[in-house]
Design a protein around this ligand. Structure first.
Ligand code: AMP
Length: 415
């Protein structure tokens, strides 16, 4: 038996209904704030992620599905959505539009990670990007929008952590200071952290090793090294969140696994999830567009995992499948089949939901099936005659086939 690849999953109809609910909530929350939908290709030039996400990141070093497209070009299944959206912004000259350009997506992403609950190799994210605004209101608005979405989806036990990474210049100086600190304490660091001191010293804050954590408690924090302008920006974001009543924890060790962030970074977690507790996060990436050969353009965004939001959500209102009409056929001659087929088709064109018998059941079997799927009415087409049965009252009347749809639309028999 051929099975779905490891780390992937099928979305069966019951789950599809919950995902549709999530999508409609995302559309409602984001379009209310002026975000418009964008779709980018499932794969991109590998260089986009190498430059956009960062060579030193786990994503680029270990997690990308990269292939040769047959023409000697290296392509990669998208591991995240921000770099592709920025590529599209530049490619389509969106800097000429009124700024900021606010875009959202719900797309699948691919990362070659060890699968576990809440961590898959193909997963979906709802993301939003506001490109072309440096204002702290943009950062705060995105955080509030994601909080609203999680709230609308009844995601349980949510916590928000925020921090600021400053500008790349501040980070360069800070990075030097941190690298020196790590080197001075390297004997107490775990092997993997020690091996990556030069490549990515910030990741030391993510370590779960107890001795490393002890060292990191005393480590210099970037938040204490911010420039005045960066500190003022962060202060403005915080006060907007305070005014909006959004609770957050200040986490100076918050490091996101992507290199492009500047200034504000944030992450929502849920205690209802296991080890993979990150529900969604994002931040400001003022240098990314420039890094991808666009004009210097400040921007900010978030991405939230669809599967994790659904894992941590309470019961969601999922619309029941409505069947207005089931067309049963009990006739022997081909004319009856034709009438039944046309009746179902006409009913759908009139806006009803209608199903046709497709399994060759006996009339008794068809009525049982109609009852099981919750059909409101059953039309029974026989040779030369048609009857309509109201499944709620059990009343059945013979009627011309052309009267079936008007009767259902009217909701009662013609007197
Ligand atoms: P990131 O792009 O890494 O910041 O991820 C944003 C969100 O996407 C996370 O908070 C998760 O909810 C979700 N996510 C990231 N990687 C995976 C994965 N491998 N499987 C499922 N969800 C993921």
């Amino acid at each position: 038996m051929i099975q779905a690849p490891r780390g992937t999953f099928d979305v069966l109809p019951e789950e599809a209904a919950r995902r549709e609910h999530l999508e409609s909530q995302a559309r409602r929350v984001l379009s209310a704030a002026g975000y418009r939908r964008i779709e980018t290709p499932a794969f991109e030039a590998t260089e986009l992620f190498a430059r956009g996400v960062g060579e030193a990141t786990d994503i680029v070093q270990k997690e990308m599905y990269t292939f040769d497209d047959g023409g000697g070009r290296s392509q990669t299944l998208r591991p995240e959505g921000t770099a592709p959206v920025c590529r599209a912004y530049i490619e389509h000259g969106m800097h000429k539009l009124a700024q900021p350009v606010k875009l959202w997506y719900l797309s699948s992403f691919f990362r070659s990670e060890a699968p576990q609950r809440g961590r898959y190799r193909q997963f979906w994210q709802v993301g939003a990007e506001a490109i072309g605004s440096a204002h702290p209101e943009t950062d705060a608005e995105l955080i509030v929008l994601l909080a609203d979405l999680l709230d609308a989806l009844t995601v349980k036990d949510v916590h928000l952590r925020i921090s600021s990474l400053g500008t790349p210049e501040t980070r360069v100086a800070y990075r030097r200071e941190l690298t020196e600190y790590l080197r001075a304490n390297q004997d107490a660091l775990s092997e993997d952290v020690r091996a990556r001191i030069e490549v990515n010293p910030m990741r030391a804050f993510d370590s779960t090793d107890p001795r490393t954590r002890e060292v990191m408690r005393e480590a210099p924090k970037l938040l204490e090294r911010l420039s005045d302008a960066d500190a003022a920006h962060f202060g403005a974001v915080r006060s907007l969140l305070d005014d909006a009543g959004v609770a957050y924890e200040l986490d100076p060790t918050l490091v996101r696994g992507l290199d492009y962030y500047t200034r504000t970074v944030f992450e929502f977690t849920s205690d209802a999830l296991g080890a993979q507790s990150g529900v969604g996060g994002g931040g400001r990436y003022d240098r990314l567009i420039e890094q991808l050969d666009g004009a210097p353009t400040p921007a900010c965004g978030f991405a939230a995992g669809v599967e994790r939001m659904l894992l941590a959500a309470g019961e969601l209102p999922v619309a029941a499948d409505v069947v207005d009409l089931f067309v049963a056929c009990a006739g022997e001659d081909p004319g009856a089949n034709k009438t039944a087929f046309e009746l179902a088709h006409d009913a759908r064109r009139a806006g009803l939901t209608a199903q046709l018998e497709l399994a060759g059941r006996s009339l008794k079997g068809q009525l049982k099936h109609a009852d099981r799927i919750g059909a409101r009415y059953v039309a029974i087409v026989e040779d030369g005659t048609t009857s309509l049965r109201d499944m709620q009252s059990g009343e059945q009347r013979e009627t011309a086939a052309r009267n079936v749809i008007p009767t259902i639309l009217r909701g009662h028999w013609q007197l």
